[in-house]
Design a protein around this ligand. Structure first.
Ligand code: ATP
Ligand code: MG
Length: 390
């Protein structure tokens, strides 16, 4: 074994007595992502999780990429193993970090010694290697306070390791440590980002999509499944519950005032989502709504929509501008798919003058003649489940 990956844990370090639960979950999530990439050993020591390849078949590049998508990791670096002598560590630093040593102006060396039988103290080792590097790279001067580059040396029981500063990781909490929620996924820009944000806080997700065939095409559904698939490097495998929504929309169009249409539709989405959530053990609902973005996302409209569900509704984008959401969508890799042309079930039936300040009593009065429970049951009976994986 010549190389391994070091993962620095984030705020879960603060979890006190629960810390083991978080660490176990993190390791389980890591192991699951690594399974297709070879045989690895994963273990944690002092808030660092180590990923060691166990044989030559391990794809280290792919493993490193995969680890950048694991929530609960704040920083990660690749480390090179070498013999436990000061000369070997110096040579490894030169060959492994050569480009960075040649590019930096200031640096320092920091050493850790897990193997206390190693004949030098950490400070002496740092000084010796630092001095040698300083001599060999005229561009470098030592700055122990704010160096551009820190060369890390770790003397462990079976080998020494050399690595540079960690790159930023995905942050957040390990998926599965904050409960389970059902996320409403449309084909737009917002809902994949909202889902990602909740996964980042450690929430395990299932997805629900409302589908209005033949008003929306099979391609629109495929697009949503693709969006879910794009999230799986972050979330792990995802179950997408696809709900037939046409019958409800036709019923609303036939019998309800047009200006309430979107709101009534959203309330049905909430009720059905609650039914799906109950079936799959989800304890909250997630949407991509943002305050004031459209008529159905005013404060009053959100209150009327939220009142249709007893479960808590999480809206992680509520205070974000569209531009911020777009930036995040680009970063997580869903944007290009989100902007592909498609018809959404909501746009097909969108009212010309939607209500922006609805009152719950009025909405309930409009719904009174409808067979709400029957329509919800019928939709739930038609749910198709599709699992998507990375
Ligand atoms: P998005 O970009 O996610 O489509 P949007 O700004 O277009 O959001 P709306 O169409 O008003 O907003 O939808 C608000 C939220 O309702 C979405 O973010 C999503 O969570 C949910 N939603 C809307 N349409 C659907 C659908 N067909 N299936 C599942 N959820 C939906
Ligand atoms: Mg939408």
């Amino acid at each position: 074994m010549t190389e391994m990956i070091l993962l620095k844990q984030g705020e879960m370090v603060l979890k006190g007595t629960n810390r083991h639960t978080f660490e176990d979950k993190l390791r389980a999530n890591i192991a699951r992502r690594l399974r297709p990439l070879g045989k690895f050993k994963v273990y944690t020591r002092q808030s660092t999780t180590y990923v060691e390849p166990m044989d030559e078949g391990c794809d280290m590049d792919a493993a490193y990429e995969a680890m950048k998508h694991v929530f609960g990791v704040v920083g990660l670096s690749r480390a090179k193993a070498c013999e436990k002598t000061k000369e070997a560590m110096l040579e490894t630093a030169r060959s492994y970090l050569g480009d960075r040593l040649a590019a930096a102006k200031t640096f320092k060396v920091e050493s850790k010694r897990a193997d206390k039988t190693f004949p030098m103290t950490s400070i002496a080792l740092s000084q010796w290697v630092g001095g040698e590097l300083d001599d060999r790279y005229p561009n470098l001067t030592v700055d122990v306070r704010r160096p551009e580059l820190t060369v890390h040396l770790e003397v462990r029981d079976y080998a020494a390791f050399v690595h540079a500063d960690p790159e930023p990781g995905a942050g957040g909490l390990p998926v599965g440590t904050s409960g389970r929620a059902l996320s409403l996924l449309s084909g737009g820009i917002d809902s994949p980002v909202a889902s990602w944000m909740m996964a980042k806080r450690g929430v395990a997700l299932e997805m629900v999509h409302f589908y209005s065939y033949p008003y929306t095409s099979p391609e629109a559904k495929e697009k949503v499944l693709e969006l879910a698939r794009l999230l799986t490097p972050w979330t792990g495998r995802l179950m997408v519950h696809v709900v037939p929504f046409t019958r409800i929309q036709e019923e609303l169009r036939r019998s309800c005032p047009e200006d309430y249409f979107t709101l009534l539709m959203r309330r049905f989405m909430m009720r059905i989502s609650e039914g799906v959530a109950r079936r799959c053990g989800c304890h909250a609902i997630v949407t991509g709504e943002s305050l004031g973005q459209v008529a159905s996302q005013t404060m009053d409209a959100m209150a009327v929509t939220g009142a249709a569900a007893a479960l808590p509704v999480f809206r992680p984008l509520v205070g974000m501008d569209k531009e911020e959401v777009v930036r995040l969508a680009r970063r997580i890799g869903t944007f290009e798919t989100s902007i592909l042309p498609y018809e959404d079930c909501c746009t097909v039936f969108a009212p010309r003058h939607p209500r922006t300040r609805p009152r719950l009593e009025d909405v309930e009065a409009i719904e009174a003649p409808l067979d709400v429970a029957g329509l919800v049951e019928e939709a739930l009976a038609g749910v198709e489940r599709v699992q998507v994986g990375p």
